[in-house]
Design a binder for this molecule. Structure first.
Ligand code: C5P
Length: 232
């Protein structure tokens, strides 16, 4: 079994930039994109690459060539490919690059470069689940009561019993995900959605509250605490 991982590092991190600055809309951001910010002296994306590397055969980074080659210096990775406008476009670019290898992988993990601390057990469990199902994702059960809102008022309460928050790395049989990405044009915020849309099973694997995605500035504080860089 040959296992590849696509490490996503394209995109500007709109939500992070907007929340952390008062820059007028359209102005260039003053800080590096969130996936290149330093966490304990290392770029966020490098933490993610180091977490994945022991579990895979090849790492396919997607994003800015200059920034990524600097952030991942000294690690083993395939030639960097540029990302696309949406996350989905970036994943497709990574899949096509892997498909062009002399021996394309059997399995692929797709991981958000903005998620630096994925525990090894999650990666192992996602890969193990692919022996039974064509897709597998880590997820955590929703703990808060969920409300649907309308015009500033509560409309109703959404039953949370069967609701999960999806994380990455999401794992797939490579050829299936490649083919789905080639034919699927609806917007999707993760890759499992493409399998769901076509009736393919996706296994749910236990995720972790520590598998945080850097989305808003306060996430950086939580990640620094996890690293032990900032005392609790
Ligand atoms: O912005 P968001 O948190 O949804 O991004 C999740 C991941 O997808 C990040 O690691 C980001 O680098 C990646 N991404 C990408 N190409 C895009 C948008 C996001 O690779 N066009």
């Amino acid at each position: 079994m040959r296992i590849a991982a696509i490490l996503l590092a394209a995109g500007s991190g709109r939500r992070f930039t907007q929340a952390s600055s008062n820059l007028p809309e359209g102005a260039p951001p003053s800080a590096p994109a969130k996936q290149f910010m330093l966490l304990g002296g290392k770029p966020v994306i490098r933490h993610a690459a180091e977490a994945l590397s022991p579990h895979i055969d090849v790492l396919q980074p997607v994003g800015d060539e200059a920034l990524l080659s600097q952030a991942l210096e000294g690690l083993d990775f395939l030639p960097i490919v540029p990302g696309g406008t949406e996350r989905q476009d970036s994943v497709r670019a990574g899949l096509e690059a892997l498909n062009a290898l002399p021996v394309p992988p059997d399995l692929v993990l797709v991981h958000d470069g903005a998620r630096p601390f994925v525990p090894a057990a999650i990666i192992e469990n996602v890969l193990a689940a692919l022996a039974q199902q064509p897709g597998a994702i880590p997820a955590v059960k929703v703990a808060d009561t969920l409300k649907r809102g309308r015009d500033g008022l509560v409309d109703n309460t959404v039953p949370r019993d069967s609701l999960w928050r999806a994380q990455t790395p999401q794992g797939f049989h490579f050829a299936l995900l490649r083919d789905l990405h080639r034919s699927y044009t609806e917007p999707a915020t993760d890759d499992a959605a493409l399998l769901e849309a076509h009736g393919h099973n996706v296994a749910l694997v236990s995720g972790s509250e520590d598998n945080i995605k850097l989305t808003l500035p306060e996430d950086l504080v939580r990640l620094e605490r996890l690293l032990g860089a900032t005392p609790l």
